[in-house]
Write a protein that binds this ligand. Structure first.
Ligand SMILES: Cc1cc2nc3c(=O)[nH]c(=O)nc-3n(C[C@H](O)[C@H](O)[C@H](O)COP(=O)(O)O)c2cc1C
Length: 202
């Protein structure tokens, strides 16, 4: 077949990619609250994620600054390194994965993968709403299991700080370098291979 160049990339597709690139893990959260219906929409995006066997193994504990007690409980489960900036976020979330398959009780080897997928969808939806997520692996699982009554088959995966971007001029100087650091990524040819391993496809 003749190789006819086609303009298959639509404007919509370009815009989507711009949005995905706009996402970043800020440490500069605004005090502006995230409304209940906005928060619900983010979880609706998570809800429609793909998952192995449609197990939907994700679970979330969520608290906003308007619920100081619940908010503090989540904050206590975040390590010190992250707590210094995360305490400014109007919303904190803990994420969990169900470690076994409902039907067979066998281990679900994709549960963490699928939790990540759900958070990915949530992040994309959030970016479209000018809301930013900062995921944290730096959590204190023991503290979390001691504080919350988590059923045995669930594992804590991560925490998320979520909110609108804060004003640049209000940023704590301790975090300036970090917030303004250039975002870097490996080039495609380092991780997408063609006919043999290590041979970049693009
Ligand atoms: C699973 C996971 C765990 C992370 N843990 C932390 C963390 O504990 N503390 C932190 O400051 N950032 C954490 N991050 C954020 C990453 O450092 C960040 O995504 C990465 O540097 C790329 O930057 P970007 O998200 O702004 O593109 C985590 C991200 C993911 C996906």
């Amino acid at each position: 077949m003749e190789n006819i160049p086609t303009n298959t990339i639509t404007e919509q597709a370009e815009k989507q990619l711009v949005l995905l690139k706009k996402r970043r893990s800020t440490v500069n959260f605004s005090e502006k609250s995230v409304q209940e219906e906005e928060l619900k929409m983010l979880f609706e995006a998570a809800r429609w994620s793909a998952s192995s066997r449609n197990e939907q193994p994700w679970r979330f504990i969520v608290a906003t600054k308007n619920q100081p007690e619940a908010y503090q409980k989540i904050l206590n489960g975040i390590n010190e390194h992250n707590r210094v900036w995360a305490h400014n976020a109007p919303v904190l979330i803990l994420t969990f994965a169900k470690s076994n398959v409902a039907e067979t009780s066998m281990p679900n080897n994709h549960s963490w993968h699928d939790v990540g997928l759900a958070i990915g969808n949530m992040s994309a939806q959030a970016t479209a709403m000018d809301i930013y997520l900062h995921q944290m692996g730096g959590i204190l699982p023991k503290e979390i299991y001691n504080t919350f009554d988590i059923p045995e088959e669930f594992e804590v995966v991560s925490a998320i700080a979520l909110g609108y971007l804060g004003d640049e001029d209000k940023l704590d100087p301790r975090f300036e370098a970090r917030e303004n650091k250039e975002r870097v990524r490996k080039p495609l040819d380092e991780f997408v291979f063609g006919t043999s391993w290590g041979e970049g496809k693009f």
